[in-house]
Design a protein around this ligand. Structure first.
Ligand SMILES: C[S@@+](CC[C@H](N)C(=O)[O-])C[C@H]1O[C@@H](n2cnc3c(N)ncnc32)[C@H](O)[C@@H]1O
Ligand SMILES: [Zn+2]
Ligand SMILES: [Zn+2]
Length: 704
């Protein structure tokens, strides 16, 4: 695609170094929270890599012929340029634009996303935060830590790192409570080849004793009972009752309950005074301590002292499984001690007078919830111990949840005090000295001035925006209320056509976050909106995306570029995209493949051929400066060259990767929405033909 036009930006041309960028992106993706902590102060889904968005923005500004790699590491100040991201998410475009000196406008329909960007990029004072944290630690922190104390093996007082629980259901046949243990191995090392040691629970007496990986039989050190540690009481959807031996369907048993299943406390991991970790069975003192929390929760509830969410779950793809287990309200996701501790901490933060400090700590509190609820589980030793609740994209009830010490100890994972350091303090460091990933060593290089830490109070209503200013707004980007023709470029990452409904999951956080806004009353507002661009129906996804892109066309200057990332494995995702882009009056002038972050929860259908690429689609208004369409031959040739470049840069492309490169390039051949049917043809016939023209698998070094 060597079409030359005046005033072309480098991202429109084939000299855009997506191979160089992909290498940086790969480095960043290994430790993205460390390389770009500002986008990770709170959970958000589908966060994009900062280096990719820095490159997209630079690519939209720098003219063809620039020495991109050199420019990438320079400090820039593109004053007077305005950028808009209509699908802001965790704020990657906004933060990167701010670093490059542009005026950045971010909008997202979800208040959870907007609030976390507001905290991450808004005022944060290290001194004020540290002293507020210290005060919390001495007061409410102390109270919370006292909820997590026990006795070690020798009877000395110690901190509890984690309590271990198991879900119980009544046997359908004999009605006795059945523990749903998938196995009796309750802890293993994350690297079992190096450390095969395990911890095993005795099904007969409840003792916890050391074992070894792959042992087929274990003998309890306390009662002498011999058993196979891999044969628990629950397997898949079924459970076998240890009392009457009946095998029943777990959901049938749940169906006999009015509320969510109960959980039984069976063990704990403690931190002894001399810093050792000990796995111990739960004792009567532990049961009593938990019972005391239940009583206190009731008492404080009756006195009206608790701040607890009342929002219910609504049916949806991501919530259905949790609802089928009778998790009906978001507060059902916590046990009584967690509710008490979370509520105490929440109330204490609300009392902080300094608004930015309170805001940042409320965001941290919300983020902590992800690791401190009944859907979190134990990853074992040798890694961050707590597997958070969103390791699956759907909310999957956990049969053996872990209850972490909410305030945390020096050895905790996912606690308020550890996240204070790894999230907030790290973000502050980054804001003072923003760095870029180095392609060779991965070490950071400072290439931007410190963040201003300032966010404008309201959305601009005329074009006179301030230099390097950040504007945030919450709402549907199909109606942005920005002035027409006021932005120089739109850079974004729209939702993909799939089943991840951000708002269904974000409600878990919003159930808490909405509480202070109305002074303690429980408002019960969901983040779900019919305007959210997310649909399992192709046509309505395309229509909603088109609505936002049309609005982008209205606010974008005629000479401006629209650039966004996308990937999808099936043709329908591309058809919907083409209909939206072309229907909104844009044309795709080029497409650039870049390394994407690997999704943790790759859908099964894609597991064999995962997509590791995002395609950057570079668009112009059809009416303005748009080049003639590429021919299919040109598009295939360009796709092939791009795959070659990625391969030369060390990337092995799966079949789906090849497909997305090809489909991205095919978009440059289209000029009307009607032509978007080409993807269906390509999937059926055209793709195999195209593949046969591509380098052979042997040449590409591919394994299929
Ligand atoms: C793929 S995410 C963006 C992720 C972002 N690039 C990041 O790195 O975090 C898409 C975002 O679009 C938002 N969204 C969906 N429909 C929207 C609409 N109609 N208006 C504004 N935002 C919308 C979602 O809430 C979600 O945050
Ligand atoms: Zn039974
Ligand atoms: Zn035993």
């Amino acid at each position: 695609m060597k079409k030359r036009m005046n005033n072309q930006r480098i991202i429109e041309t084939d000299s855009f170094p997506f191979d160089f960028i992909s290498r940086l992106a790969a480095r960043e993706s290994w430790r993205k929270e460390v390389h770009r902590p500002i986008y990770h102060i709170h959970k958000w889904w589908a966060t994009r890599l900062g280096s990719v968005f820095r490159a997209i923005i630079l690519g939209c500004v720098l003219p063809e012929g620039s020495d991109f790699a050199a420019e990438f590491y320079k400090t820039h100040r593109f004053a007077g340029l305005t950028i808009f991201d209509p699908f802001m998410g965790s704020g990657t475009t906004i933060g990167e634009a701010h670093k490059l000196g542009l005026t950045a406008l971010g909008r997202d329909i979800n208040p959870v996303a907007v609030e976390s960007v507001r905290s991450a990029l808004g005022p944060m004072d290290r001194g004020a935060l540290e002293s507020a944290f210290e005060e919390l630690s001495n007061a409410v922190g102390e109270r919370i830590r006292s909820l997590y104390s026990a006795k070690d093996y020798t009877g000395r007082a110690c901190d509890v790192l984690y309590f271990f629980w198991v879900m119980q259901v009544p046997c359908v046949h004999c009605q006795r409570a059945v523990d749903l243990f998938p196995s009796w191995v309750i802890a293993a090392n994350a690297y079992p080849d190096r450390k095969p040691d395990t911890q095993v629970l005795c099904p007969s007496c409840g003792e916890i004793f050391p074992g070894s990986r792959r042992q087929e039989s274990a003998t309890c050190t306390s009662c002498g009972f011999n058993f196979n540690p891999d044969q628990g009481t629950a397997k898949g959807s079924k459970s076998t009752c240890p009392w009457c031996r009946d095998t029943f369907n777990i959901l049938d048993a749940v169906g006999t309950l009015r509320s969510r299943p109960a959980f039984r406390l069976y063990g704990k991991l403690v931190l002894t005074r001399d810093g050792r970790k000990e796995y111990l069975r739960a004792t009567s003192a532990d049961f009593e301590a938990y019972q005391a929390c239940t009583s206190q929760l009731q008492e404080e509830g009756m006195q009206g002292n608790l701040v607890l969410p009342t929002l219910s779950l609504a049916d949806g793809h991501n919530t259905r499984q949790a609802i089928s287990y009778n998790f009906k309200r978001w507060r059902d996701f916590f046990n009584d001690r967690q509710l008490l501790a979370v509520s105490w901490l929440y109330k204490a933060i609300l009392e902080i007078g300094d608004i930015p400090t309170r805001q940042a700590l409320l965001t941290l509190h919300s983020g902590t919830l992800e690791f401190n609820n009944l859907f979190a589980s134990y990853k074992g030793e040798g890694t961050g111990a707590v597997r958070h609740m969103f390791s699956h994209h759907i909310l999957k009830p956990e049969r053996t949840p872990i209850e972490a010490n909410l305030w945390g100890t020096s050895k905790s994972s996912g606690s308020f005090s550890t996240l204070f350091r790894t999230r907030l303090l790290r973000a502050i460091e980054y804001r003072l000295k923003p760095t870029e990933v180095n392609g060779i060593s991965g070490n950071g290089r400072q290439c931007a001035p410190a963040f201003s830490g300032h966010i404008e109070a309201s959305w601009p209503n005329d074009a006179s925006v301030e230099e390097r200013a950040i504007y945030l707004s919450c709402g549907d980007s199909a109606n942005s209320s920005l002035p027409a023709g006021s932005v120089d470029m739109v850079v974004t990452d729209p939702p993909f056509f799939d089943n991840v409904h951000y708002s269904e999951l974000a409600d878990f956080f919003y159930a808490w976050q909405q509480l202070p806004r109305v002074g303690g009353a429980n408002p019960c507002v969901s983040t779900r909106s019919s305007a959210e661009v997310q649909d399992s129906d192709v046509e309505s996804f395309a229509t909603k995306l088109k609505g936002v892109l049309q609005e982008c066309g209205r606010v974008l200057k005629d000479s401006g570029l629209l650039a966004f990332t996308y990937h999808h494995s099936r043709e329908e995702g591309w058809r919907a995209l083409a209909e939206a882009i072309l229907g909104a009056g844009f044309v795709v002038v080029n497409s650039q493949p870049v390394k994407a972050e690997m999704s943790v929860a790759t859908p099964k259908a894609q597991a064999k051929e995962p997509i590791q690429l995002d395609i950057i689609l570079v668009c112009r208004k059809r009416s303005h400066l748009s080049p003639p369409p590429a021919s299919s031959e040109e598009a295939i040739k360009a796709a092939r060259e791009k795959m070659d470049r990625l391969h030369a840069a060390g990337f092995t492309l799966s079949r789906n990767d090849q497909k997305v490169v090809l489909f991205g390039q095919l978009l440059t051949t289209l000029r009307t929405p009607a032509e978007s049917s080409c993807f269906a043809r390509a999937e059926n016939q055209f793709v195999p033909v195209a593949y046969s023209e591509l380098p052979t698998t042997a040449q590409l070094g591919l394994g299929f």
